[in-house]
Design a protein around this ligand. Structure first.
Ligand SMILES: Cc1cc2nc3c(=O)[nH]c(=O)nc-3n(C[C@H](O)[C@H](O)[C@H](O)COP(=O)(O)OP(=O)(O)OC[C@H]3O[C@@H](n4cnc5c(N)ncnc54)[C@H](O)[C@@H]3O)c2cc1C
Length: 646
């Protein structure tokens, strides 16, 4: 094992100066919240950042710490704020890697300054936002599932089916097979967290529930948000339940997925929606969703109230605003509360913090899975059926490590690229009240050739928002933060035609590559930006801000078309503006041709009978909608096929 990297005193002093350049102490402003007086290091951001960087993959950590050497050689710590801002900008000009490094320092410092609580469980940085933080302590609700104990040695298990991953797809497959009497083992790389662990803090959620601590990006810098815990994405997601449209279903039927366009698949969708209690009775509109509604209605564009997988008996709109950090009320009906509980009740065994390393085969057929737990336990599951449901970012990596899946493994990654624009309104927007996505505008879902975008709202997360705002200077960013309590944020998410790719590095770790480079996707990206701006304007925003890396804003009275034109002139790249993804699919797709698809039309690998794909990676193409329900229904169809095979 390599030793954690230690900073020397000069590097530490430079790191502190970097943090305090990004969030400086600024004198002379009216300061009722202590916002201007508080520098990043006052809350220990520099120490937290040092630990965070030291925990990153070694190559990244060494690169980031090396930048401190470069700055130290320029006496960075002793320079004035203006000079330090100039030095940071100059450093970013040196090379693309240096630019990414400076960007990482900015984003991580802002994330920690505005996201990290102090010893009281709250952050003084929230006062300027009006953000109340956690509403209470987590409830003492018992956890239903008892994962198998591991102790660092060897664990050998026999099963009829081993399911890798416990998210939207894996949860449904595990329950459907267990209910049919199969002995099921579920391996989940993340930990088991439930109501007693959900403290409504962004930082806890990132650490415990999100893939790669919430900091995963593609090599090009697209932020890849995904769940990594028992329940996968369904534990952290925003509970928006959308049925796939007829166009996509017909496309998939055309790709060989029999029954996708008819009653058979309707039955799978209905069963899933019923089990997860999808309802529109718990979809109160919070301020941002209300702005979306007002803007759309004023423009004559579509607006619908979303269905959500929520138990009305425990639904509480005030705490629903935190459900992306894990739902402390237990109202969210993700797989944790539904399918995984069903699987457990029917005898399924669970091993958590357990990462599947490779699929075992014998005579060209599935024979089981080899896995390693975080505590070092080596797990071997002997099973004639293996269901790969590790999510579209990891399922192909498991196949590639196992030498399975053929030439299409890892290709076809779709991510539903997302960009955001916020409007500043006259009244406080209290975006942390109410479920995040209770309204949808699908006016542009078919902008061109079956492709387009949805407009929706987002979960309030102070660190993520602060780190996504443009930063040109410490003062400018602080000024922008003073406006945020009046801000509502809208996003678009594109049904992407273009695709990215998942590969593995020398250590077998997944590497993701994605660029918005398809011409149709770029056109929709530009259309999306225009739509967000027009909705804000129609809803009465007095200012509209892009999340462009260089601050760009429109103020009422200014030329809106010119502003839209300027925004659309920016490239759809993370260098120009943050590009996010919360919907990864398609990297082990189903189809009939083994040269372009990994699995056949019922989900079984072309090149290895007994290995099945049971998650969103099986999608033949992007759906253009929030994908949880489609993933679950497709997984149910696959599980029925496994059962039918016997
Ligand atoms: C912030 C956020 C908000 C979202 N909001 C919505 C929404 O409102 N509506 C909607 O429809 N969709 C939403 N989504 C998307 C949706 O949650 C995902 O598309 C869905 O959960 C993906 O399902 P999956 O089964 O493909 O993978 P996941 O649910 O991601 O599950 C994969 C699981 O596999 C585990 N795993 C990975 N590698 C291994 C390994 N080698 N061994 C063992 N286990 C492994 C992971 O830890 C993870 O738990 C959201 C997603 C995010 C991140």
């Amino acid at each position: 094992m390599t030793e954690p990297i230690e900073l020397n005193e000069t590097q530490r002093e430079t790191l502190r100066a970097v943090c305090d350049t990004i969030v400086p102490r600024v004198d002379g402003e009216d300061d009722p919240h202590g916002h201007w007086a508080r520098a990043a290091s006052d809350g220990g951001v520099d120490r937290a950042l040092e630990l965070l960087i030291a925990g990153l993959p070694e190559e990244l950590a060494v690169g980031l710490f090396f930048l401190l050497e470069v700055l130290a050689a320029q006496s960075f710590a002793a320079a004035s704020q203006e000079e330090r801002e100039r030095q940071l900008a100059g450093l970013a000009e040196l090379s693309p890697d240096a630019a990414l490094g400076v960007q990482a320092y900015r984003q991580l410092t802002l994330l920690l300054h505005y996201g990290m609580p102090d010893g009281s469980g709250r952050s003084p940085a929230w006062a300027v936002l009006g953000y109340p933080g956690p509403l209470g302590t987590p409830p003492d609700e018992p956890k239903v599932i008892r994962p198998l104990a591991t102790s660092g040695g060897e664990l050998a298990l026999e099963a009829d089916a081993c399911v890798v991953g416990s998210g939207a797809g894996g949860g449904v497959v595990a329950a459907t097979l267990a209910e049919a009497g199969m002995r099921v083992v579920v391996l989940e790389a993340g930990g088991y967290f439930d109501q007693p662990d959900f403290d409504q803090l962004e930082m806890t959620a990132m650490r415990n529930l999100f893939y790669r601590g919430g900091l995963a990006t593609s090599v090009e810098g697209v932020a890849l948000l995904a769940g990594s815990c028992l329940g996968g994405g369904t534990t952290v997601n925003w509970t928006n339940c959308v049925r796939p449209n007829d166009r996509v279903r017909a496309d998939w039927a055309g790709a060989g997925l029999e029954g996708l366009d008819g009653a058979d698949f309707d039955a799978h969708l209905d069963a899933v929606l019923t089990r997860i209690s999808a309802t529109d009775r718990c979809s109160d509109l919070n301020d941002p969703n209300r702005r979306l509604q007002e803007g759309c209605e004023s423009l004559g564009w579509s607006f619908e109230r979303a269905f959500r997988n929520t138990d009305p008996a425990t639904y509480d709109p005030a705490s629903a605003g935190y459900l992306g950090f894990g739902d402390a009320t237990g109202s969210k009906q993700g797989t944790l509360k539904t399918y995984l509980a069903d699987a457990y009740e029917h005898g399924a065994r669970f091993v958590v913090r357990c990462r599947a390393d490779r699929v075992l085969t014998r005579d060209g057929r599935a024979a089981g899975v080899e896995a390693t737990c975080a505590d070092g336990t080596r797990v071997t599951v002997r099973a004639p059926r293996v269901v790969v449901a590790a999510g579209a970012l990891e399922s192909p990596a498991l196949l590639l490590r196992s030498g399975l899946g053929g030439p299409a493994a890892g290709r076809g990654l779709r991510i539903h690229p997302v960009a955001a624009v916020y409007g500043v309104y006259d009244s406080e927007q209290r975006a942390w009240w109410g479920a995040p996505q209770t309204g949808i505008c699908d006016e542009f879902s078919n902008a061109e050739d079956g492709h387009g975008f949805l407009v929706e709202c987002v979960q309030y997360a102070p660190g993520l928002i602060a780190s996504s705002l443009p930063w040109r200077s410490g003062r400018q960013h602080k000024e922008a933060m003073t406006q945020l309590r009046y801000a509502s944020t809208l996003i678009f998410l594109i049904r992407d035609r273009g695709e990215g790719r998942v590969t593995v590095d020398a250590a077998g770790e997944a590497v993701h590559s994605y660029r918005v480079e398809d011409e149709l996707d770029r056109r929709n990206f530009r259309r999306g930006l225009a739509a967000l701006v027009r909705i804000h304007e129609a809803a009465g925003a007095r200012q509209i801000h892009a999340l462009s890396r260089t601050p760009m804003a429109w103020r009422r009275g200014e030329d809106l078309d010119a502003f839209i034109g300027d925004l659309q002139a920016l490239p759809a790249t993370p260098e120009a503006m943050p590009v996010f993804s919360a919907h990864q699919t398609g990297s082990c797709r189903m189809g009939t041709d083994p040269s372009t698809s990994v699995a056949g039309p019922w989900g079984e690998l072309h090149d290895c009978p007994g290995v099945w794909i049971g998650d969103g990676s099986a999608f033949p193409s992007a759906t253009g909608i929030n994908p949880m329900v489609t993933i679950m229904a497709l997984a149910r169809r696959t599980a029925f096929a496994i059962r039918a095979r016997g």
